[in-house]
Each structure stands twice: as C-alpha cells, then as structure tokens.
Design a protein around this ligand. Structure first.
Ligand SMILES: [Zn+2]
Length: 174
C-alpha cells in the first residue's frame, strides 16, 4: 500500500472508508485497523450497529474487552464459589469423621467397667435409706465415689439431711 496512507494524518484510518481507499493491510496505524473495521462491519451485525450508532471502533473494542473481562470475572467468581462449596463439603466430611471417632470413643467408654460397688449391693443399701455419704462411710468410699457408682447404676439417690436438698430432678412442680 501507499506509504502516504500510513503517514497522512488526515487519512480516515479505522474506518470502512479507509479500507476501501486502500488501507487494507495490518500496517494501519490506528488502534483498530481499517482492515479489521471493514471485516467486522461486513460480518458482525452488532459491530455495524454500534458504528452506525456513532461509536468509534476503538470504543467498541474497549467495551468488548471490558465485557469479556467482566464475564471472566463472573466465571471466576462462580468457580470460586463452587470451590468454597467443595471445601465446605470437605470440612463437613472432616467434622463427620471427627464426630464418628468421638461416638466410637464414647461407646467404648460405655462398655461396662467393673463396678466399684456391685449394683445389687448398692441398691440394697439405698433401699435401707442410706445416703451416698453413709454408704461411703460403711464401705470405705468417698461420697463422690458412691455417687459415681450410683449414677453409673442409674439408681436414685436418697436425700442427705446434712446437705441442702438438691433441686428436684423428677419434675414435681413442672
Ligand atoms: Zn487504516
């Protein structure tokens, strides 16, 4: 092409007219070459519509880049959201494993251990109306040890008159 076309500052570069007047190669000095404008104007309805609406090719291309970037960002956000969803599932799985381990441990602790005080003996002493403290005194255990054994045996305590009455656990008023 004529070198004058490249250097001529009045040449209508970045236009269909520029292409038709001879700027047909990639040497066009415009940001969006005459060749590109011509090709797109004739093959891209949206591009043609925007040109006809008064936008410059550079504006159209810039808007397209922005749109592409926004689409990419949206895509990235969607992927990230998906990613965090996945890691949330992983966290849930980890929590579930942890809980399962705890349940197993708890179940293991529920395996009956040798009772400090045989259940029937404890039940008999309680049947006599003895308190945990009195049973402990009789058997040589602390009140706490008796209470523990009684709780394990799921036997009700006898009220200890030396202590403040415990709040009713078998809802008498409620
Ligand atoms: Zn040109």
């Amino acid at each position: 092409m004529n070198a004058d076309i490249i250097t001529d500052t009045t040449y209508p570069h970045s236009t269909v007219d520029g292409f038709e007047k001879g700027c047909t190669t990639g040497h066009c000095p415009a940001e969006v070459s005459c060749k590109t404008v011509f090709t797109r104007f004739n093959g891209d309805y949206a591009f043609r519509r925007q040109i006809n609406a008064g936008m410059t090719p550079a504006e159209i291309v810039a808007a397209e880049r922005k749109q592409a970037q926004e689409a990419a960002d949206t895509d990235l956000r969607a992927k990230k959201a998906k990613g965090s969803q996945r890691s949330a599932e992983t966290r849930d799985a980890a929590r579930e494993r942890h809980n399962a381990a705890r349940r197993a441990k708890r179940a293991a602790n529920l395996i009956p251990q040798k009772a400090l005080i045989p259940r029937d003996k404890l039940a008999a002493l309680l049947g006599e109306g003895l308190t945990d403290r009195q049973i402990g005194e009789r058997l040589g255990f602390t009140r706490r040890q008796v209470a523990g054994a009684r709780n394990t045996a799921k036997l009700p305590r006898n009220p200890d008159s030396n202590r403040r009455p415990a709040p009713a656990t078998t809802g008498a008023s409620s």
